[in-house]
Design a protein around this ligand. Structure first.
Ligand code: DTR
Ligand code: ZN
Ligand code: ZN
Length: 317
């Protein structure tokens, strides 16, 4: 499956429509279709994303202090998201699996409509470690993906691609939930997935702005967004194989994603371009009990949430 992009410019002005073509090839010499103005993604209210994080924090507090695989806090987190998605009109399903002797769950939410032969998937792992509420890792990605899905519903967005959102269980045990999901797909269903976008730690308190360097079309879409808001980015080099995009990449699906950093230390050069504190980890609370709602940089969460929406709209038109 190869992603390719055809960019058409409208006769009236340089409005380019980026169309994600998966596998298809435009027939040579065909008259360009009339350009349509690309629908612009809505702003994602960071207050809404933070409200989801507060709920996830409360869920952890009420369930032994964590949202880990096989624990009550994970189930309660999944129920919170599923209720929101059901109310917004998504078709949701909970996929069950076993890991380390405990039952795990993936939450998959399809937005009705779009071409079922061309699916764009957007995901984040919903589980955390047992040591704390896991708000940056990975409440941040889960909440931003949820709010992007809710924005699709709020705006009544009807893209040409079919949109599928997913929240994975047991990522911290070794990408178990996403591996299970991919393994359960028929080869036909796997080939219908044009791309998978992964968001795992996107609100780190001493943030960097990293873009996965996997599929070039997806990477460019993210990098162009950040360039458009004047934020320099770097290629993500730490995460290969360390989050759920690997489950899809290993199956030949084009992948991409964003990351704001974990336990590695921000350099002086990085602090110069991004601000924050050189010589300090991007997230000092990575996998620790202090990964709470206080462990989030609102600007990074806001920028990445808007980048997610922009890229979903851009790649699904
Ligand atoms: N979020 C971490 C996995 C991880 C560590 N570095 C990266 C870089 C890019 C994506 C993910 C990661 C975890 O779930 O433990
Ligand atoms: Zn983790
Ligand atoms: Zn993570």
């Amino acid at each position: 499956m190869k992603l390719s992009v055809s960019v058409r410019t409208a006769a009236a002005g340089a409005v380019a429509t980026a169309t994600l073509l998966a596998g298809g090839t435009a027939s040579a010499g065909a008259a360009p279709a009339p350009a349509q103005r690309a629908a612009a993604a809505p702003d994602i209210p960071v207050a809404n994303v933070k409200a989801h994080l507060s709920r996830l924090q409360s869920i952890a507090t009420a369930n032994g202090g964590n949202r880990a695989h096989g624990r009550p806090g994970y189930q309660a987190s999944l129920t919170y998201l599923k209720d929101q998605l059901d109310a917004a009109g998504f078709t949701t399903r909970v996929q069950q699996f076993t890991a380390s002797g405990r039952t795990g769950y993936n939450l998959v939410a399809d937005w009705p409509g779009g071409d079922s032969e061309h699916v764009l998937m957007v995901g984040a792992h919903l589980d955390g470690v047992t040591s704390g509420p896991a708000i940056n890792d990975n409440g941040s990605g889960s909440a931003a993906v949820l709010e992007t899905a809710l924005a699709v519903a709020r705006t009544g967005y009807q893209p040409s691609s079919h949109l599928r959102f997913a929240w994975w269980g047991a990522e911290e045990l070794g990408l178990v939930g996403s591996r299970y999901y991919v393994a359960q797909l028929s080869s036909a269903d796997r080939s219908r997935i044009d791309g998978y976008l992964n968001f795992d730690m996107i609100g780190s308190p001493n943030p960097g702005y990293f873009v996965y360097d996997d599929d070039p079309v997806i990477e460019k879409t993210f990098k162009d967004y950040f360039a458009g808001i004047g934020v320099p980015t770097e290629i993500e080099t730490e995460g290969d194989g360390r989050s759920d995009h690997a489950s899809f990449k290993n199956a030949g699906v084009p992948v991409g994603g964003l990351f704001t950093g974990a336990s590695r230390t921000k350099t002086t050069a990085q602090a110069r371009k991004w601000g924050g504190t050189a010589g300090r980890a991007f997230d000092r609370c990575y996998h620790s009990s202090c990964d709470t709602t206080a462990n989030i940089d609102d600007t990074a969460l806001n920028r990445n949430s808007d980048a997610i929406a922009h890229t979903v709209w851009e790649l699904s038109q």
